[in-house]
Design a protein around this ligand. Structure first.
Ligand code: SF4
Ligand code: SF4
Length: 302
């Protein structure tokens, strides 16, 4: 059988692939415009830099926290990690699905960091894929993508040589929510800006209640939330200690002992956000299908 000669209807194939993602647990899935990604992503991070013959980029999102998680104290929230590995599992499965059904080379797009560029530069921006595929819009909370129905999601991408028609980015951005605009008018800050523990978010909302400007101090957020960067810093401090007491203090300080604990149990908390910006975000926590309880109620009402 000459598989290259079999006609594949792109619209049907797109439906089948997106249905697969939703059936396996994604809340939203879409196809990003490859030409737009190639134009926007910097050299070295374009889809074709990872997969030269790529024809389509599929993005999917899975639900974030349960409703109960938003009420736990900060010290517990730091352990909640995320559901992102579920998104990656679906993306792996979708790549297998496309290859077995359509015989087109496909990959799960690694969500990981570029080992030539350091721990803050990803190989690919999954966020850009999701935004261009229309399943999330950039928020005032450090550009975290939000969805008007599902709130806060984790994203994964699939690259394939199967040609699929692209979706469009969202026409409307749910951020800032009306209540955030009201708070901003009163105190000059939105909830995410006000409650970020390291004050790394700032920006402006214009007269129409839309985002005008957003600033995000990535280094301050990373220090708070991406604790894998704290490990080498703590080791360097211990190695440079002038005496045994200082070395012991560097290694066994209660905060640092928590890092050892998280590493020993493989906790996603080493990579997680601190979540405080999302805890106070009305889109992340109160969108109609933001958590399993809301989704179940929405489903029952259909
Ligand atoms: S994750 Fe935490 S530190 Fe980072 S922006 Fe959100 S609230 Fe601030
Ligand atoms: S709290 Fe949420 S909706 Fe409000 S401004 Fe921040 S990110 Fe946007």
């Amino acid at each position: 059988m000459d598989i290259d000669r079999i006609y594949i209807d792109p619209v049907d194939a797109k439906q089948a692939v997106l249905d697969y993602c939703l059936r396996k647990g994604a809340l939203a899935a879409g196809v990003a415009d490859l030409a737009a990604l190639e134009r926007i992503a910097p050299p070295g991070h374009r889809p074709s830099d990872l997969m030269p013959k790529v024809k389509s980029v599929i993005s999917l999102g899975v639900g974030g926290q349960t409703q109960g998680a938003w009420s736990v104290p900060a010290k517990a929230m730091g352990y909640f990690g995320s559901t992102e590995t579920r998104a990656y599992t679906i993306a792996y499965g979708a790549a297998f699905f496309i290859e077995s059904k359509y015989h087109k080379p496909s990959i799960y797009c690694p969500p990981d960091m570029d080992n030539e560029k350091g721990p803050r530069v990803p190989l690919q921006s999954l966020k850009l894929h999701a935004e261009v595929a229309g399943i999330g819009a950039r928020s005032l909370a450090g550009d975290i993508l939000l969805h008007p129905d599902f709130g806060y999601m984790y994203f994964a991408s699939i690259f394939t040589e199967l040609e699929l028609p692209p979706d469009q980015p969202m026409a409307e951005n749910p951020c800032p929510a009306p209540s955030c605009v009201a708070m901003y008018r009163q105190i000059g800050r939105t909830p995410c800006q006000k409650f970020c523990p390291v004050q790394c978010l700032s920006g402006h909302i214009d007269e129409d209640g839309k985002q005008a400007e957003m600033h995000y101090d990535m280094a301050a957020c990373a220090e708070m939330s991406q604790q894998y960067e704290a490990v080498p810093a703590m080791l360097a401090e211990a190695m440079a200690a002038e005496d045994d007491g200082s070395r012991e203090a560097a290694l066994f300080d209660p905060d640092n002992k928590m890092l050892w604990y998280k590493m020993s149990v493989g906790s996603g908390g080493l990579l997680a956000q601190c979540f405080e910006c999302m805890r106070v975000c009305p889109i992340a926590t109160k969108s109609p299908e933001a958590d399993p309880i809301r989704r179940s109620i929405a489903k029952a009402g259909q």
